[in-house]
Design a binder for this molecule. Structure first.
Ligand code: PTJ
Length: 251
């Protein structure tokens, strides 16, 4: 569909088009379109920009990934539809493999998503040759070389229960989820409350800035970070936004 650039919601409508096109290619499931609607709503009441709490989490996430022994970026249909190239650039910048791990599992879709990511010349794990104990959903099926042995996992647009299990397996979890109230956001070690379309490009900039940082400097960033404060600030930002809007309607 042709969207006029002058449309006040141009950017948001273009993102929808990306998802619909990825749905037609078999990358995104119908449930992914619904999940995007929830994300859009939170983005709306967060002002559709990367707020301070998001930027701090993004910088910390990059430092954590750089310090990790075995980092991995887990991708699903929506993440690849919205940010495949940027994810590949981030993976290259910090030397992280990408693993396809989807909730609505179907081998054909795993293959389509893997091919989509491999176009950028990065290692993509998708063997599904191991299982995460304690998890019943298809997300338990992982790759021995990736999530199974990872110490830090970046999970964009997660569906909830996996975050807890990853943590039970001793891994640090970084989430990207616009909903600060979600189970994933509450369980993660670093919760990035931002749209994936902004979060990954921001992380790329931080990766560039931190390229010359030494281990101690990276450790300090991680040690100074307080995820409860970040979540609180995200919820308060929503409250302030809504109060401001309501205030504008005073007689
Ligand atoms: O490709 P699959 O099979 O792994 O399925 C992917 C979905 C997204 C359908 C699956 O993981 C799922 O059901 O996720 P949930 O439980 O709906 O959670 C997705 C979370 O992502 C929600 O909290 C949304 O608010 C959030 N979200 C949606 N769009 C964005 C987002 N967060 C950041 N950026 C977005 N663009």
């Amino acid at each position: 569909m042709q969207i006029p650039k002058s449309h006040p919601r141009y950017h948001s409508l273009m993102i929808r088009e990306k998802l619909v096109s990825a749905f037609r290619k078999g990358i995104v499931v119908p449930e992914g379109l619904i999940a995007h609607g929830r994300g859009e709503c939170f983005d709306y009441i967060l002002g559709e920009s990367s707020r301070d709490f998001a930027l701090e989490a993004e910088k910390t996430a990059v430092a954590m990934l750089m310090l990790a022994k075995n980092p991995v970026i887990s991708v699903n249909g929506n993440a690849v539809a919205l940010a495949s190239e940027e994810i590949a650039r981030l993976a290259k910048a910090i030397g992280t493999p990408v693993e396809v791990n989807i909730f609505h599992r179907d081998e054909r879709r795993v293959e389509i998503i893997s091919k989509e990511m491999e176009r950028f010349g990065i290692p993509v794990y998708s063997r599904g040759d191991a299982e995460l104990e304690g998890l019943e959903s298809a997300r338990r099926i992982v790759d021995r070389r990736g999530i199974l042995k990872a110490d830090v996992v970046l999970v964009p647009l997660e569906d909830g229960d996996r975050c807890e299990i990853l943590k039970r397996h001793g891994k640090k979890v970084i989430s990207i989820d616009l909903n600060p109230l979600s189970r994933t956001s509450r369980m993660a070690d670093v919760s990035i409350i931002d749209n994936i379309t902004r979060a990954i490009p921001n992380m790329l900039k931080f990766a560039e800035d931190l390229k010359k940082a030494n281990k101690d400097e990276l450790k300090e960033i991680v040690e100074m970070y307080d995820n409860r404060r970040i979540l609180r600030n995200a919820i308060l930002a929503i409250k302030e936004y809504l109060e401001k809007r309501a205030g504008e309607l005073h007689d």
